[in-house]
Structure formats: structure tokens, C-alpha cells
Design a protein around this ligand. Structure first.
Ligand SMILES: CNc1ncnc2c1ncn2[C@@H]1O[C@H](COP(=O)(O)O)[C@@H](O)[C@H]1O
Ligand SMILES: [Zn+2]
Length: 353
């Protein structure tokens, strides 16, 4: 690729109206936002720990060591609110028109309850509607597989309460957390499905055939990663075929998998096999702060490594709208925005020929 082609792809990916379906709030905080939150703690005289040098992780283990550092900066309702607003602002600046942010309710003794944590995020989303009217934001409440049954139950009950109170904002549930630990709590997730919450589950970030089959049989609305399923990535052909038959849309986060070391190189990412099989997929960031990426960069990487045309990138974004947890009216409006861009960019290309 020549440098002019690279610049063209860069600016196309930035201009493309994008849809982000897999972003963890605390993992998405850039160094700039972390420094701002740190200064805030400092000025309040509430320093919990010094902000260490945040190095990019080289493994899943190193990645999971970073989250407690970020969590120490979002340990009050006010900090969670600011983090939410600023993170939405960064996605907006990157050309994202629809964002589903996910986050695990966290209580801090004597400072914040799980409900206050969730309400701070919702307040952040509502406030951002005025600041950034062109981006529509929804919230998925996360269950951390590592934190045990009681915590999972609390989060799910809270999610059920919140979808009743804030149906425009809280739309789903996310199963996440260190994939090498804990449990998927599928029987609890069933309860939230009955309450109308959509479900997305991290699946197969590490090899675990039994759990992968359990998750596929549970049929979440979407899946995250699905890395160790293809035979070239520590999976098996039967598992891959079972995944393809499920037709469940998969959120793919290229840089996250490379930096966590679960995929050896971009060219060998499961994107290739799923895209070639015509499986429903979407491009997402996972933790744009921790992995120092952006949704535009992820689109650019996918385009470069899998030879995707600009029109295919538009189509992938339109597909993401389809797999989102937005309402049908919202989906129709978002699709119109992307189609308008697609039409305009096609006519610009033909006019310059
Ligand atoms: C890299 N791959 C991943 N796999 C699984 N879970 C992940 C993750 N990246 C992030 N999280 C989950 O998101 C939390 C941070 O955001 P919140 O505090 O919820 O906003 C992490 O503690 C973990 O539970
Ligand atoms: Zn994730």
C-alpha cells in the first residue's frame, strides 16, 4: 500500500460513521482521561494509589493487572460520571454515531453503592446527549465471571431493575471478566433474558470447549471474540462449524486479541475465517484505552489485513446497526446516516476519476 493510499484509508475510516458494540467503560479510558481523574483525586486529597506507568499489555494476564489501576481512578460517583462523559466524547470525536458501553457495577465501601455506580453512568449518558447530540449511547450492565455467584446475582437483579426504570438507556447484559477464571453463570443470565435484557457473552478468549458449547446452546444475542474456536487458533473444526450454524453475530476486537497474545498476528485473526464464511461480524475496540486504539484504527487494520474495500467497510457498519440493541426506529435512522455517507463517498470517488 502506497503512503497516499494509507492516508486515504486513514481519513476514510475516521470519516465513516461508525458503530461500537463492544467497549468496556474502564478499559476505554485514554491516558488523557486517566490523568484528568488522577488530578481530580489529587485535588480532593483522596489519592488511593499513585498512577504507575501504564505499559501496554503483552498477555491476558498483564491486561487484567491493569484494570485495578483504572478502577482506583473511578471510585466515586463523580469520577464515574466524568469518565463516562469523557469516554463518550472521545468516541464521538472518532466518528462513532452509536455506542454500546458496558460496565460492571462496582461498590466502594462507604463511598458508592453498585446502584449509584450504574446511575452515574446513566447520568453521564444523559448529559452527553446535550454535549454530543450526534452520538446515541446505550448501556449494557456487565457481570464479572471472576467475582462469584452472589455478585453476578446482584448485578443481574440491578440490571432488571434498571431496564424498567431507564429502558431508553439500559438495554442489555454482558458476561465478561478474566476468561481463565470463574464461571459463565448461564442459569442467572436466563433470568435477565426473561426480563427483556439482550445478552452478549465473551466466548472462547481462551480454549474451553465445554463452556463454549454451553454458551452456544444458551444462544446469546451476540458473542464477543470467539477466538479459540477455529482449528488454527486452538479450537476444532466441529466447534467452528457449530459456531457458524448458530449464526450469532460476533464482536471482533483485532488489537485486543493481538495485544493479549491470544492470536499470533493480524493476518491469522479469526476475522479472516468468519468473514470468508459469511458469518455476521462487527468490528469493535474492547478496551481502547488499555490497548491504545480507536474504532477508526480497528477499521483501518481490518481493511489492510483482509483487503476490504471502502464499500465493504460501509456494509460492515450497516450490519453492526442490525446487530445492535437499539430500537427499530433508532436502527432505521442510524442506517440512513451511514447510507447517506456511503452514497456521498461513492459519488466523490466517481467524480474524481
Ligand atoms: C481483554 N479482554 C477482556 N475479556 C474479558 N473481560 C474484559 C476484557 N476487557 C475488559 N473486560 C472486563 O471489563 C472490566 C473493565 O471495565 P468495567 O470496570 O466493567 O467498566 C474488566 O475488569 C473485565 O471484567
Ligand atoms: Zn471485552
Amino acid at each position: 500500500m502506497s503512503s497516499t493510499e494509507k492516508i486515504n484509508l486513514d481519513s476514510f475510516c475516521r470519516a465513516l460513521p461508525k458503530v461500537e458494540l463492544h467497549a468496556h467503560l474502564n478499559g476505554s479510558l485514554s491516558l488523557r482521561i486517566m490523568k484528568k481523574l488522577y488530578e481530580l483525586q489529587h485535588s480532593d486529597g483522596r489519592i488511593l494509589m499513585d498512577l504507575p506507568n501504564i505499559e501496554e499489555p503483552n498477555s491476558l494476564e498483564e491486561c487484567f493487572q491493569l484494570f485495578p489501576i483504572v478502577h482506583s481512578l473511578t471510585s466515586t460517583s463523580e469520577a464515574v460520571f466524568i469518565a463516562t462523559c469523557d469516554m463518550i466524547g472521545e468516541f464521538y470525536d472518532d466518528g462513532v454515531i452509536y455506542l454500546e458501553v458496558r460496565s460492571t457495577p462496582r461498590a466502594v465501601d462507604g463511598v458508592m453503592t453498585k446502584k449509584e455506580y450504574v446511575e452515574a453512568i446513566i447520568r453521564g449518558i444523559i448529559t452527553s446527549k446535550n454535549r454530543y447530540p450526534e452520538i446515541l449511547v446505550k448501556y449494557l450492565i456487565s457481570v464479572d465471571r471472576m467475582k462469584g455467584y452472589e455478585s453476578a446475582k446482584q448485578n443481574i437483579e440491578l440490571a432488571i431493575e434498571m431496564i424498567e426504570q431507564y429502558p431508553d438507556y439500559v438495554v442489555g447484559l454482558d458476561l465478561s471478566g478474566d476468561p481463565s477464571k470463574g464461571s459463565a453463570f448461564l442459569e442467572l443470565l436466563e433470568k435477565s433474558r426473561k426480563a427483556g435484557l439482550k445478552i452478549t457473552a465473551h466466548c472462547a478468549e481462551v480454549p474451553n470447549e465445554i463452556e463454549i458449547m454451553d454458551i452456544l446452546n444458551f444462544k446469546p444475542d451476540r458473542l464477543g471474540h470467539c477466538t479459540c474456536i477455529h482449528p488454527t487458533l486452538n479450537g476444532k473444526e466441529e466447534l467452528f462449524q457449530r459456531l457458524i450454524q448458530s449464526n450469532i453475530p460476533i464482536e471482533l476486537c483485532l488489537t485486543s486479541n493481538i495485544k493479549c497474545g491470544t492470536v499470533p498476528s493480524y493476518d491469522l485473526h479469526q476475522f479472516k475465517y468468519l468473514y470468508e464464511a459469511g458469518h455476521p461480524i462487527c468490528i469493535a475496540t474492547d478496551d481502547k484505552g488499555v490497548f491504545n486504539t480507536s474504532l477508526s484504527k480497528e477499521f483501518e487494520l481490518a481493511a489492510r489485513h483482509f483487503q476490504l474495500s471502502q464499500d465493504t467497510l460501509c456494509q460492515l457498519t450497516i450490519n453492526s446497526v442490525k446487530y445492535s440493541f437499539a430500537s427499530e426506529i433508532e436502527k432505521s435512522r442510524l442506517t440512513d446516516v451511514i447510507n447517506a455517507f456511503r452514497f456521498q463517498s461513492v459519488s466523490t470517488v466517481s467524480n474524481t476519476k
